[in-house]
Ligand binder design. Structure first.
Ligand SMILES: Cc1cc2nc3c(=O)[nH]c(=O)nc-3n(C[C@H](O)[C@H](O)[C@H](O)COP(=O)(O)O)c2cc1C
Length: 203
């Protein structure tokens, strides 16, 4: 990543608003990025309200070559195209992930399904798939009631890291507030500390 961050994309997915820890951590990372990169654009994407499903029409449109898509197929992919463009324009992506039933929220999975697209964010090369979004960095803020990030029960941060890497975003930092159901103050303080210490401008 270049030292200068011009565009920051925040993606939030918690069903909670003011009481959401993952949202609070996303905001803190974004504030730090804005402080360190004055004038950077901040794009806010909240996926918690749901996104279009990947249904038959969507799949048919996606696998029709771009120059052969009907008007209707272009409309079906409109929202996905906009989400991909948003991601392409961002230098740093900050994703808020509440752990729901050991994984990511269904609403965030819909976002993943809309942005992982052959020919757009990855391509099939001779040696296998190749991510197309290079030179970006991601910070994923994870909030959980009990599950420890990186433990066998964590299908959230490992999944996000994998799927972002698949589309070329291999520089992924995870910031976690775990154990919120037991000792929220300590978990949040430790996540805040980790954010303060993040070297976000480093190449
Ligand atoms: C539907 C639902 C499912 C949850 N499942 C888990 C879980 O499997 N493991 C866990 O540690 N915490 C679980 N939690 C607790 C949340 O991870 C925790 O409340 C976290 O703070 C949510 O993120 P947020 O504060 O950004 O909304 C669940 C919470 C909800 C609402």
């Amino acid at each position: 990543m270049e030292n200068s961050v011009k565009t920051i994309l925040k993606v939030n997915s918690s069903g909670q608003r003011d009481s959401s820890v993952s949202r609070q951590l996303v905001a803190k990372v974004a504030d730090k990025l804005l402080r360190e990169n004055p004038g950077a654009d901040l794009i806010e994407r909240d996926v918690s309200g749901g996104l279009p499903p990947v249904n038959e029409a969507w799949i048919g449109a996606n696998f029709t070559p771009k120059d052969q898509r009907s008007e209707e197929q272009r409309t079906v992919l409109g929202s996905s195209d906009a989400l991909v463009e948003e991601l392409r324009n961002a230098d740093v992506i900050v994703v808020g992930v509440p752990i729901y039933n050991f994984g990511i929220p269904a609403a965030l999975k819909l976002w993943v399904d809309q942005i992982v697209r052959a020919g757009e964010t990855f391509r099939y090369g001779e040696q296998g798939p190749v991510g197309l979004l290079e030179g970006k960095r991601a910070v994923v803020t994870v909030a959980s009631g009990g599950v420890e990030t990186g433990s066998a029960a964590d299908y959230a941060s490992t999944y996000m890291k994998h799927v972002l890497g698949f589309i070329g975003i291999t520089d992924v930092t995870i910031v976690s507030a775990n154990g919120l159901a037991m000792d929220a103050d300590t978990a949040i303080a430790s996540a805040h500390q980790a954010i303060e210490e993040l070297q976000l401008a480093a190449a």
